[in-house]
Design a protein around this ligand. Structure first.
Ligand code: FAD
Length: 469
């Protein structure tokens, strides 16, 4: 039997259900990855993530080669071309069965349906859940619907974990002699991601270091961007170089058991993994989330501002609000942003500048090394007040007090805003008077909006929706 494994957002050999199953039936296994540079561009994904993809594919090819499994890279510019590209390749490399792990975006699902229609007469097609601990659609309310609120979803998720635990699959054994690997070069713009080591071993090392050094203190440290208190595993989870089951196993290994309730060490981190699954399950259940549509349909009527200068200032980190500007410049330079800062800048864009969350979502996607549709869309809609279980619309983050609370000494701000390098801690969150007195000609912009007024306007925008009911 010849089995073909189609790698997508699951660039790992350990805990990979499709690879595992393909190899269990005494078959000869080969692998493909179908690169779609046009689709990548259409989805607005970043040049840094593309470089990271390319480096992780190289690492995957090398791992597979040690098992005697060749990885072929095919190119189909857009998803619509995938069935033809795959069928043509299969004519020269006939297979008995195709194995893959499910992807959840609507375009990915349409692509997979088209492949199924094109190939199901010729070969068996087997699809698995490889990106969530519990498969999409398996956690429902009593009436069989997907949860629209996080807390009951998390409760059911934990009950499921208690009842069935999770299944961590081992790395497969070699099927033959090691193979030679060619250098993988993907088309399309790429920006160096070299400061993120690629491959499963690097992800596993980061996971184990995080669990040893930070897991127990995550709850107290996770909100402070100047502190290295979160895992920085998102780029690996986004491309599937690491699986959520591997995260659970690492927690269990470190704590000698899984934390099941708030207050237990490690629970807060586990809870973030549940948020990740919540947004993924939502995306499958509500395809409109993949189509730039609001989760709450009534919020489609919000009257967003069209101020392109304000948007440009936000993107460039030139709003005059230090915590917002430092966060945006960090994103522009590194491709990554701390979660607290993502919430602050998303709230600022939507509630202070009154710009459409879709603009922020797209900008994040174009810059992030961990850009991932479900979490990005979920985070943006949460902040904008248009999403499932969103922040209440009248709770608007104050960017100055957020800075005071979560970067009290201004250490993070000074790292990213050289203009503020000399500003003492007590002035760092509203530095303009100090700068005007001490460093005339400093060049740091005045605040582009007045927060108090902007907040009232944001609330009025949502109140106007009620009037339309
Ligand atoms: P940790 O705090 O160590 O958490 C561990 C893992 O849990 C993360 O790697 C991630 O996979 C998951 N996770 C953590 N928080 C969340 C969350 N709120 N929602 C969903 N999953 C979560 N995350 C992305 O992976 N890709 C995105 O494109 C993305 N865009 C976001 C946009 C906005 C506006 C907001 C508010 C959040 C976004 N997040 C996104 C979620 C979160 O900010 C990042 O996952 C987190 O900052 C990554 O850092 P970490 O790996 O150190 O996370």
């Amino acid at each position: 039997m010849r089995h073909l494994v189609w790698f997508r957002a699951d660039l790992r050999i350990a805990d990979n259900p499709a690879l595992h199953e393909a190899m269990t039936d005494a078959a000869t296994v080969s692998a493909i990855y179908i690169d779609s540079p046009g689709q990548w561009q259409q989805h607005g994904r970043s040049a840094m993530q593309r470089d990271f993809l390319s480096r992780n594919l190289q690492a995957l090819a090398e791992q597979l080669a040690t098992l005697g499994i060749p990885l072929t890279i095919l190119t189909a510019d857009s998803f619509t071309e995938v069935p033809t590209v795959l069928s043509t390749w299969l004519q020269q490399h006939p297979q008995d069965a195709l194995y893959a792990n499910r992807e959840l975006g609507i375009d990915e699902r349409r692509r997979d349906k088209a492949v199924q229609q094109a190939l199901s007469d010729q070969m068996a097609i087997r699809v698995f859940n490889g990106d969530c601990v519990f498969q999409h659609g398996s956690l429902t309310t009593r009436s069989g619907d997907m949860y629209k609120v996080f807390t009951p979803f998390a409760k059911t998720w934990l009950a499921q974990l208690r009842a069935y635990s999770y299944r961590l699959l081992p790395s497969p054994a070699a099927q033959g002699k090691p193979l030679k690997v060619e250098k993988i070069e993907l088309d399309g713009e790429q920006v160096s991601s070299a400061h993120w080591p690629a491959g499963e071993a690097a992800a596993a090392k980061r996971l184990s270091e995080f669990c040893q050094c930070h897991l127990r203190h995550y709850g107290e440290q996770r909100d402070y961007p100047a502190v290295n208190g979160t895992s920085s595993l998102s780029p690996y989870l986004a491309l599937g170089v690491l699986s959520p089951n591997q995260c659970l196993a690492a927690i269990e290994n470190e704590l000698e058991g899984l934390p099941m309730s708030r207050g237990e060490p490690g629970f807060v981190w586990l809870n973030e993994l549940i948020w990740r699954e919540f947004y993924r399950h939502l995306m499958v259940e509500f395809p409109r989330l993949s189509m730039s549509r609001a989760f709450k349909p009534d919020t489609e009527a919000l009257q967003w501002s069209q101020d392109s200068e304000a948007f440009a200032a936000w993107c460039a980190g030139q709003t005059g609000y230090p915590i917002v500007d430092a966060a945006m410049r960090c994103l522009n330079e590194t491709g990554w942003m701390h979660n607290r800062l993502r919430m602050i800048v998303a709230s600022f864009l939507t509630k202070d500048l009154h710009l459409d969350w879709r603009k922020g979502e797209a900008y994040f996607m174009s810059r992030l090394i961990d850009g991932e549709l479900a979490a990005n869309n979920g985070g943006w809609q949460w902040a904008a007040g248009t999403g499932a279980d969103a922040a209440p619309y009248f709770r608007v983050f104050n960017p100055t007090t957020q800075g005071e609370r979560f970067d009290s000494q201004g250490d993070f701000i000074r790292r990213w805003l050289p203009e503020l390098a000399e500003v003492p801690a007590r002035h760092i969150h509203s530095p303009h008077d100090w700068l005007d007195n001490q460093q005339p000609g400093h060049g740091y912009p005045k605040p582009i909006v007045d927060h108090k007024r902007a907040r009232l306007h944001a609330i009025a925008m949502f109140d106007a929706l009620k009037d339309q009911e």
